[in-house]
Design a protein around this ligand. Structure first.
Ligand SMILES: N[C@@H](CCC(=O)N[C@@H](CS)C(=O)NCC(=O)O)C(=O)O
Length: 208
């Protein structure tokens, strides 16, 4: 498989999941500002030629097919290696709960940070509203994590890889997490996982 990614972007959750799954992956870095490939392929560096939507992640399977959307890529990876327990089995109440978390991270966190807070031209009133909405979600997560190690309790899932990746943006976007100690401990717990460290190192976000 080949993962088109940008360091620290939402694509890092898919990168983490691939490492948690023990699946081999080739990384292709995308410059998201210019929508160019860091290493041109077939003589072209135009990322729109790979993904007409222009965004990462994009996962190219070994059959050459190309797929996007973090939440569905994470489910696909987890389902490839059921023995790694990265998601509960399909059709169970636990799976419903886990896909609920994936959707919540996608729609209530990822798409509230982005596109609004990454874009300096966003009106201050919109920024304020997004920050207030995020803080309400952080407070909810903080309460949830007071008595749990991970979103699904004792069990780490790909939803944690996604949540960790998106909440990693908080400091850069000036949405402080200091009022949410259980959430901060959770992020440290996820950060300590070897697969997370390996992915961050490979993306140039941590050094030895
Ligand atoms: N709907 C997509 C959104 C992916 C997305 O927002 N990617 C961002 C990085 S976190 C991106 O590549 N933005 C650059 C762009 O849209 O041009 C998903 O859930 O995977």
């Amino acid at each position: 498989m080949k993962l088109y990614y940008s360091p620290g972007a939402c694509s890092m959750s898919v990168h983490i999941a691939l490492r948690e799954a023990g699946l081999p992956v080739t990384l292709a870095r995308v410059d998201l500002q210019h929508h160019k490939l860091a290493q041109p392929e077939h003589g072209s560096d135009d990322y729109y030629a790979i993904n007409p939507r222009g965004y990462v992640p994009l996962l190219q399977l070994d059959d050459g097919s190309r797929h996007t959307e973090v939440a569905s890529l994470l489910q696909y990876i987890a389902d490839l290696v059921p023995e790694r327990n990265l998601l509960p089995a399909a059709g169970t109440r636990e799976r419903l709960e886990a896909t609920g978390w994936l959707t919540l991270v996608s729609t209530e966190l990822h798409k509230v940070f982005s596109p609004w807070l990454w874009h300096k031209e966003t009106a201050p009133s919109t920024q304020q509203e997004c920050k207030a909405r995020l803080q309400a979600r952080f407070a909810e997560l903080d309460r949830h994590l007071q008595t749990r190690q991970y979103l699904m309790g004792d069990r780490y899932t790909v939803a944690d890889a996604y949540c960790f990746t998106i909440l990693g943006w908080a400091r850069m976007l000036m949405v402080p997490l200091s009022a949410y100690p259980s959430l901060q401990q959770y992020l440290s717990r996820v950060a300590a996982r070897p697969a997370v460290q390996d992915a961050m190192r490979a993306e140039g976000l941590v050094r030895d």
